[in-house]
Design a protein around this ligand. Structure first.
Ligand code: PLP
Length: 228
């Protein structure tokens, strides 16, 4: 659905203002990046948000990422892969030169990705996805293994440039539980700063304010922007 430009603008203004408010609660020095999750929306809306200053866009499927990044080739957009990466899509993703793979969710996948990157003579920036809520349906490494796996990837995968961590907050109405998953992820991020981590990606439409208050510096927002 193509949204009215004024509606999109007011949704974006709301989100930016909410980010600002949450950021100031945490720290004046915290800079938060917005990654617009485009998976639900039409290409026309992406163009509108580009004209309103947005540059980072996320997709959760390689095919969709391919279609859109090709269709919008003339715009200087930064594409993020945020969904589970199947091994049979690795080569395609590499060819698309994404800005950031946010969903690197196992050592196994990292090793396979590194192998293909090496063959193609390329590098890719990525975030280690952490299953901070421990929910069975969620991807990501276990919280207690995250530090080890991060360091193993750094040691054994020279073509992967790890930039930090990503998580999806607990699926719950209980704010304390959601906060716990963000706090846990932030602690891991903090201990990885010495190893070069600079991005802590957490927070979606329903929980981004809380995520920022817990220290997130990248939020991934879809439905709050595209509601009519
Ligand atoms: C869909 C998705 C989002 C955005 O979700 P909204 O609730 O619509 O903001 C963020 N991160 C990931 C990994 C997603 O798959």
């Amino acid at each position: 659905m193509i949204l009215d430009k004024e509606k999109l603008r007011s949704n974006l203004d709301r989100v930016i203002w909410d980010i600002e408010e949450a950021r100031l609660k945490r720290s004046e020095h915290l800079i938060v990046q917005l990654c617009v999750v485009a998976k639900y929306t039409d290409i026309e809306n992406i163009k509108t948000l580009y004209n309103l200053g947005q540059r980072n866009f996320g997709e959760n499927q390689v095919q969709q990422l391919e279609a859109r990044s090709k269709e919008l080739e003339e715009l200087p957009l930064a594409w993020h892969m945020i969904g589970t990466l199947q091994k049979n899509k690795i080569n395609k993703l590499i060819d698309l030169n994404p800005t950031l793979l946010q969903s690197l969710d196992s050592l196994d996948l990292a090793i396979e990705l590194n192998k293909r990157l090496e063959t193609k003579g390329k590098n890719m920036s990525a975030l280690l996805q952490i299953n901070s809520s421990g929910e069975k349906t969620k991807s990501g490494v276990k919280t207690e293994e995250a530090l080890d796996i991060y360091k193993q990837i750094q040691e054994s995968c020279p073509n992967i440039n790890l930039k930090g961590v990503m998580t999806i907050g607990a699926h719950s109405k209980d704010e304390e539980l959601i906060k716990k998953s963000f706090d846990t992820t932030y602690k891991i991020y903090e201990s990885l700063q010495d190893s070069g981590a600079t991005i802590c990606s957490m927070g979606m439409s329903n929980d981004f304010k809380l995520a920022i208050e817990c220290g997130s510096n990248m939020v991934r927002i879809g439905s709050a922007l595209f509601k009519d």
